[in-house]
Design a protein around this ligand. Structure first.
Ligand code: SF4
Length: 224
């Protein structure tokens, strides 16, 4: 319980004034939307079941900011959840709403920045400020073995949250490196922009998950 308290901001977190103002404006405009810092999505078994953490950039305005669940309600979630189900990291049916039947298996999903930023672009200070939640989020998972970061910002903030220098752990799509006790995998973000421009294809994204699944299977074999 204590670990969870430190890792989750309040619905009215005031630490980034620009993002708090943006959130407030959207609460007026769309009172039925979530419009708050989006909580980490956990498997039903809870945080001690988590071996794999996915770190995205920030909620999309009409995606997670609307629905309150990471990668839910806009395009990025379609590719992500399809892939998670395909590799056994999730089960059920993804219907782009938080009350669908989708459940994570041994996996959690969070964002480097918990509040929606204007034009999907958080500034450096906001990324650094929200690391106050990313750091304890990573620490709350006592059985964590692998992290997948989606995009450069999520990668760099995760490296810093792990107490390392980003110069020592540069972002490269498809790469993985050991950072302390965890293996850090990196992918381009599964945004519509990246897939539309061909920067990230489904095959490239699936390839990263193949690596993660292989690594976790190896870890499991060594432990049993
Ligand atoms: S982005 Fe993070 S630190 Fe900034 S206001 Fe939202 S929850 Fe708070």
């Amino acid at each position: 319980m204590t670990r969870q308290l430190f890792a989750e901001p309040s619905h009215d977190c005031p630490l980034c004034p620009r993002l708090a103002d943006f959130r407030t404006a959207w609460r007026v405009r769309e009172p039925g939307w979530f419009n708050g810092p989006v909580p980490t999505f956990l498997p039903p078994e809870g945080e001690d079941a988590v071996r794999f953490l996915i770190v995205g950039l920030a909620p999309g305005l009409r995606g997670a900011n609307r629905t309150g669940r990471p990668f839910t309600g806009d395009y990025a979630g379609e590719l992500l959840y399809d892939t998670l189900i395909r590799f056994g990291f999730a089960r059920g049916r993804f219907e782009a709403r938080p009350d669908d039947s989708l459940e994570l298996i041994g996996t959690a999903i969070t964002n480097a920045v918990r509040c929606v930023p204007p034009e999907n672009k958080p500034v450096g200070l906001e990324i650094a400020t929200c690391r106050a939640f990313l750091t304890p989020t990573i620490a709350r998972f006592q059985n964590l073995e692998a992290i997948l970061t989606l995009g450069t910002i999520a990668h760099q903030s995760t490296v810093r949250a792990l107490g390392k220098r980003i110069a020592d752990y540069p972002f490269r799509h498809g790469a993985s490196q050991s950072v302390g006790a965890v293996r850090l995998f990196s992918s381009y973000h599964c945004s519509r922009y990246n897939t539309n421009t061909g920067r990230l294809t489904t095959e490239m994204f699936v390839g990263v998950f193949e690596e993660v699944a292989r690594f976790l299977a190896r870890q499991h074999a060594e432990m049993s």
